[in-house]
Design a protein around this ligand. Structure first.
Ligand SMILES: Cc1ncc(COP(=O)(O)O)c(C=O)c1O
Length: 435
């Protein structure tokens, strides 16, 4: 196995590290003074670091392409950073097409997928310049074919598979009953029906298999990729098309709203080197997708303490943020409940008195709780806190419209320089203004 070019970060001495935190804190304080609290900060240097690492780990893959999954964070300035580093766009909606255009992505190289797509959505995507599609069912394939014919254009499609068995992932999206992808059996036995659905306007080019998210064990990831390669060869043969591309998905892990980092990907590189030797995979493009690995670590949610309140023997830390700004899907039971880490002002950490709190927000629901019984340094109203590793599935995955509170500003910065500031629109438009 070859050694990885991924370098571990230079280890700062404890003194350097605390100095770094103090400087970072000053920058965050300035951000909330200028753009209000709560707000999200995204560090462009961190995005660059993660993208460089992942591109390097995937480099043994022949004709490798890495797609950025806009669902993790559709902010155009975040996507623009990734585009400048060589990532392409993985899109699933009209809104994400708009964001990719705003980021200057080349839509002719982007990938458009997702379940339940109708003819009009496909026509919009084709009109926008998309050529590559991941298709999840026979009806979607027919709809794509109808849309391509109506637009007078030929497009290319990968068939997304839901394989027979799941991986060991925190949120397995394959190998379980779901709305995602063709069943394995369907792809291996209904070749003629699939070819007929594609018709003359859709060229079948490969297989797409997204096993799940947060796969933090390299061996599992490699097993998934090996299985994908073998299934792709079988599907191309049984459906009857030359295999030109395999989308291996991803699932590259990173903590959510907790300090820390993803598990090392170095061993993946050696495994990919071995896999790339397979003769059936020569002249095939290898595609990968990632959202959270690329952007999670860049993002910090800055929030201020509104109140400390005691109730029936428990202490509640009320913040000016909550599930409408962060991971609201968990509040709705979409993913297991999570608990955030709160970073406090490093300049004040001399006082080591601690308190145990439930961390809640301003929404009128007990679901608006982002941590239970965590121990943190003593803080009070007005103090600034930072929630780390929320650059992916933060603002965009929250119940933003609930209770009509304003969206937080989202600031992309590099060092001390602010590159862009955005804010998600909320509120109702008049029907007459809608296009
Ligand atoms: C098909 C597909 N691709 C890519 C992703 C991005 O996953 P992650 O952000 O974990 O890299 C997802 C996430 O759900 C997905 O469903």
């Amino acid at each position: 196995m070859s050694s990885s070019p991924v370098q571990s970060e230079a280890v700062a001495s404890p003194a350097d590290h605390s100095q770094f935190l103090v400087e970072q804190w000053e920058c965050w304080e300035a951000m909330t003074r200028n753009y209000g609290s709560p707000c999200y900060g995204y560090d462009a240097e961190t995005i660059e670091k993660r993208a460089t690492e992942l591109l390097s780990v995937l480099s043994p893959a022949p004709q490798r392409r890495l797609f950025y999954s806009f669902k993790a964070n559709p902010l155009p300035s975040v996507a623009q950073e990734l585009k400048s580093l060589g990532c392409e766009a993985e899109l699933t909606s009209v809104g994400e097409i708009g964001a990719a255009k705003a980021a200057g992505c080349e839509l002719g190289r982007a990938l458009y997928g997702g379940p339940g797509k109708g003819v009009s959505e496909y026509r919009h995507a084709i009109q926008s310049g998309l050529i590559h599609f991941s298709v999840e069912s026979l009806l979607s394939l027919r709809n794509l074919s109808t849309a391509a014919e109506a637009e007078g254009r030929t497009v290319e499609a990968l068939l997304r598979m839901n394989p027979d068995s799941p991986p060991k992932a925190k949120l397995a999206m394959s190998g379980v009953a779901s709305q995602f992808g063709f069943e394995e059996d369907e792809l291996l036995t209904r070749g003629q029906t699939i070819r007929e659905a594609a018709g003359k306007f859709v060229t079948l080019t490969g297989l797409h298999l997204y096993w799940g998210t947060q796969i933090d064990d390299t061996e599992t990831l490699l097993n998934c990729f090996e299985k994908t390669a073998s299934l792709a060869v079988q599907v191309a043969k049984s459906v009857g098309f030359p295999l030109r591309a395999i989308n291996f998905g991803g699932g590259f892990a990173w903590p959510y709203a907790h300090s820390g980092s993803g598990s090392g990907l170095q061993e993946l590189q050696g495994g990919l080197e071995l896999l790339s030797g397979a003769s059936a995979l020569q002249n095939v493009e290898w595609w990968f997708e990632s959202g959270r690995y690329l952007v999670a670590s860049s993002g910090t949610l800055l929030t201020r303490v509104m109140e400390l309140k005691e109730s029936k023997g428990r202490l509640f830390l009320l913040l000016d943020t909550g599930i409408h700004h962060l991971g609201g899907m968990s509040g709705l039971g979409r993913i297991p409940r999570f608990s955030v880490d709160l970073i406090t002002d490093p300049g004040k950490s001399n006082d080591d008195s601690k308190m145990v709190v439930d961390v809640v927000g301003q929404l009128c629901t007990p679901l608006d709780c982002i941590a239970k019984r965590i121990e943190i340094p003593r803080v009070g109203p007005g103090d600034l806190l930072a929630i780390p590793n929320v650059g992916a599935y933060g603002a965009t995955a929250s119940v933003g419209a609930f209770l009509s509170r304003p969206a937080p500003a989202e600031i992309v910065y590099r060092g001390e320089q602010v590159l862009a500031v955005h804010r998600l629109r909320t509120g109702h438009e008049e029907w007459t203004n809608l296009s």
